[in-house]
Design a protein around this ligand. Structure first.
Ligand code: HEM
Length: 384
């Protein structure tokens, strides 16, 4: 395996070694280690596993609230590499890793680990030029993207409550792929405090202090309509992912008053309630005005510019993670039509008060393969 850029992985290990060190202090290095006959009250309860197999891959709609930590690894396939066998092997590795039976997990408990695998437009086009996922993302404003951080053939989205697992699982999968893949870029991220936003649903705060991920296709019916691909058969049960790494100008945003910050988004910072009123679960009422005729949700507020009805598209499932290096957001969305993303960002580009605080430094779209199991290997319907 050739790593195009070693820095991000080093960083991931540094992050993790901090966690490991803290855990070591608690678990092993204290002067009086916990005795085995005395239950350790500080030990966390085992996390519920998330099934890797089924109609859809895990890590999109399940678990319902995304795990706290993410590592996205984007790689290219060698020109001569057949995607079918590679994806089938990766699927098997994902099954073993999430079940905790892969020796490369080194005995670590997988907990709620999920690995979501996607293939980039170049690979999709080899299976069919008109398939969903065959189109590249266009360019947008406020991009500063190195060639290496644009696009890619393979996405491994690894998520878990336990941050320690992420680089271990990435290394196991990249080992399995061997010299058939070449890493392009990777990005780790974490979610802030989760806030309840609807029945059984939470959304995290982002680095700008706002609750992020409220509106989306959250019911099964909404997900069938806007999230999952219904066909053609080779992709049914899959979806389209968009990843955009965005640097945020925190200093400039923090210099605004709270009211100005809220006008940027169109929701209250503390509660997430739209500026047009209601509860955190309410959609913004875009027509609502003050007695003197001003819109309660400003004309350039992010929730107005990105509003699916105003854009004329379906809902995207946003599952973004905050990043510390660079400081910002790894925007992650899933939708069954790429236009849901492109038309939204095009409308934001024209006038969205949030955009001037962002610079996009990585961008890619992937067809998230349909779900798999032992009888139907990952990728077999597309590349079989
Ligand atoms: C750094 C970049 C971004 C940040 C910090 C951010 C944050 C937020 C926040 C806080 C909300 C309001 C709460 C919610 O519904 O989740 C929101 C809504 C939304 N955002 Fe973003 N967002 C960013 C970029 C984007 C991009 C690139 C897109 C898509 C092109 C997008 C699409 C949406 C949509 C569709 C909504 C829901 C609008 C509604 O119907 O109310 N966002 N975003």
């Amino acid at each position: 395996m050739h790593r195009a850029d070693h820095h991000p992985s080093r960083r991931a290990f540094l992050d993790v070694s901090g966690v490991a060190l803290a855990a070591g202090l608690v678990a092993g290095c204290s002067p009086q280690p916990a005795r085995s006959d005395r239950p350790d009250s500080s030990a966390a309860a085992p996390l519920a596993k998330v099934a890797a197999t089924g109609r859809h891959q895990a890590g999109i709609a399940l678990p319902r609230s995304a795990q706290r930590n993410l590592l996205a690894v984007v790689a290219d396939l060698g020109a001569e590499v057949a995607p079918g066998p590679l994806l089938a092997e990766l699927g098997e590795a994902v099954r073993a890793l999430t079940a905790g039976s892969d020796p490369q997990l080194l005995g670590l408990a997988p907990g709620d680990l999920t690995v979501t695998v996607g293939v980039g437009p170049r690979l999709v086009r080899t299976a069919g030029a008109t398939l969903p996922g065959a189109a590249d993302l266009p360019r947008f404003s406020r991009e500063r993207i190195a060639p290496q951080a644009r696009g890619g053939d393979l996405l491994l989205q690894i998520c878990a409550s336990d941050a320690l697992l992420l680089p271990v699982v990435a290394a196991a999968l990249l080992d399995r792929a061997g010299d058939r893949v070449r890493e392009r870029w990777r990005q780790s991220g974490r979610r802030g405090t989760e806030v309840p936003v609807a029945d059984g649903l939470t959304a995290p705060r982002n680095l700008l202090g706002f609750i992020d991920g409220i509106v989306g296709p959250h019911t099964t019916a909404e997900q069938e309509r806007d999230l999952w691909l219904a066909g053609p058969p080779a992709v049914a049960g899959g979806t389209l992912a968009v990843l955009r790494r965005m640097e945020l100008d925190l200093t400039r945003f923090a210099a605004l008053s709270v009211a100005e910050q809220e006008a940027v988004f169109g929701r209250r910072r503390d509660s997430g309630v739209p500026l047009s009123g209601g509860t955190v679960a309410s959609g913004p009422q875009l027509a609502a005005k003050t007695p003197d005729g001003r819109y309660l949700v400003p004309v350039d507020a992010h929730v107005r510019r990105a509003n699916p009805t105003a854009v004329g598209v379906g809902h995207m499932l946003r599952r973004s993670y905050s990043t510390d290096e660079p400081l910002g957001l790894l925007f992650v969305s899933f939708q069954n039509d790429l236009r849901t993303f492109t038309a939204t960002l095009t409308r934001m580009d024209a006038s969205d008060a949030l955009l001037p605080f962002t610079t996009t430094t990585a961008s890619a779209t992937f067809l998230i393969l349909p779900g798999f199991d032992q009888r139907h290997p990952l990728g077999s319907r597309l590349f079989g």
